[in-house]
Design a protein around this ligand. Structure first.
Ligand SMILES: *Cc1c(COP(=O)(O)O)cnc(C)c1O
Length: 368
């Protein structure tokens, strides 16, 4: 017997290629000291309040989690000063991206975004037999004018990663507001602010301002990045109640596990962890800028916890040589940037080791 045919649009889905796990690189190359700077994880780890909260929550593992995420929603409502009915929690903000596709896209509709940007937006379009329209970035930055020019009567979702992944760049308030003014009523703008807490540009827009104005905007944020809870999978959306209600309609009833909920609440109660992480990230960013400049390597200024650096030669062999030396970064070729590496900003010692190994690899393989 053969199973039923897999529909063409499912076959066409490109699998997500994750950063290699540390254990795999240790095994493959027989290394002990491996550092991972590939997935924009917070090297300082979560708040010390998280571990005790997890121990306490572990007593309830036999029970289904609270499908309404009562305590998490309360804590988020207070943290961002938004009404409870403006919040929906997901198994990572990835899950909310998926739900937005289910809610808003019908066959033949369009999802617009930038190129390159976060790879998960494409699946939301393809799974719903909608067109994925990715408009090239300009100076590594979302080109909102070009995106607005591509809006059609079938455009339902526009994803703006701000800061963008993999470039770390932002769109600023005036250009975003001009763009929102050009958006038709039947398109929802998704402000994916996974790195919100890291951004420090004075003109960085807070997507919540536009939710509060009643615009067709949903803001996505996450506990995976600055809060360092990537393994637990918890993120959330903030939007007007009609939008939140529609997402609840398609949501899995127990989508967010109880350990994640407990860890999120404990994290929000510890603002110092965020301050520490931001401070460490700024110092690491400045160190990397200085080293890249010293090495004559152009880089893209970042508002997030990773930096894109241009090696001005195919990055793949350098990426592989770094792997053999126990440094896991992202190779730009999978992101359409074949001469770039994307490195997360690590601890001071991670960053120093990365620079030392990069320098060694580059001098062992001089550019042609
Ligand atoms: C990391 C990231 C996310 C999602 O993370 P979750 O772990 O699913 O919350 C979303 N958008 C961008 C741009 C990211 O870089």
């Amino acid at each position: 017997m053969r199973p039923p045919a897999v529909p063409q649009h499912i076959q066409s889905l490109r699998p997500y290629v994750p950063g290699k796990p540390i254990e795999e690189v240790q095994r493959e190359f027989g290394l002990t000291e491996v550092i991972k700077l590939a997935s924009n994880e917070n090297p300082l780890g979560p708040s010390p309040r998280v571990a005790p909260a997890l121990v306490e929550a572990a007593a309830g593992l036999a029970l289904y989690p609270d499908g309404a995420c009562f305590h998490t929603v309360n804590a988020l409502a207070e943290h961002w000063n938004v009404p409870h009915d403006h919040l929906v929690v997901g198994n990572g903000s990835d899950e909310i991206i998926h739900y937005l596709g289910l809610v808003y896209l019908q066959p033949g509709d369009e999802l617009l975004t930038g190129d390159p940007s976060f790879l998960r937006y494409e699946a939301a379009a393809v799974l719903n037999r909608s067109a994925f329209v990715a408009v090239p970035l300009k100076n590594h930055t979302f080109d909102l004018e070009a995106i607005a020019d591509r809006i059609t009567p079938r455009t339902r979702l526009v994803f703006i990663a701000n800061p963008n992944n993999p470039t770390g760049t932002i769109v600023r308030r005036p250009e975003l507001e001009r763009f929102l003014d050009r958006c038709p009523e039947d398109a929802l703008v998704v402000m994916d602010e996974a790195y919100f807490e890291y951004a420090d540009d004075p003109e960085y827009p807070d997507g919540l301002d536009y939710v509060r104005e009643g615009r067709n905007v949903i803001v996505l944020r996450t506990f995976s990045k600055i809060y360092a809870l990537a393994a637990l999978r918890i993120g959330y959306g903030i939007a007007r109640p009609e939008i939140v209600k529609a997402i609840h309609q398609v949501r899995e009833p127990f989508n967010v596990n109880s350990l994640a909920q407990a860890a999120a609440v404990a994290s929000l109660a510890d603002p110092d962890q965020v301050i520490r992480s931001r401070t460490s990230n700024c110092a690491g960013r400045d160190y990397l800028y200085g080293e890249f400049a010293r090495m004559g390597l152009p880089y893209v200024e970042t508002q997030a916890n990773f930096v894109l650096v241009d090696l001005a030669r195919p990055a793949r062999p350098i990426f592989e040589a770094l792997l053999r030396r126990g440094i896991i970064v992202r190779c730009g070729d999978v992101l359409g940037l074949p001469t770039f590496l994307r490195t997360s900003i690590g601890t001071d010692s991670d960053n120093r080791r990365f620079i030392a190994e990069l320098e060694a690899v580059l001098s062992a393989a001089p550019a042609a």
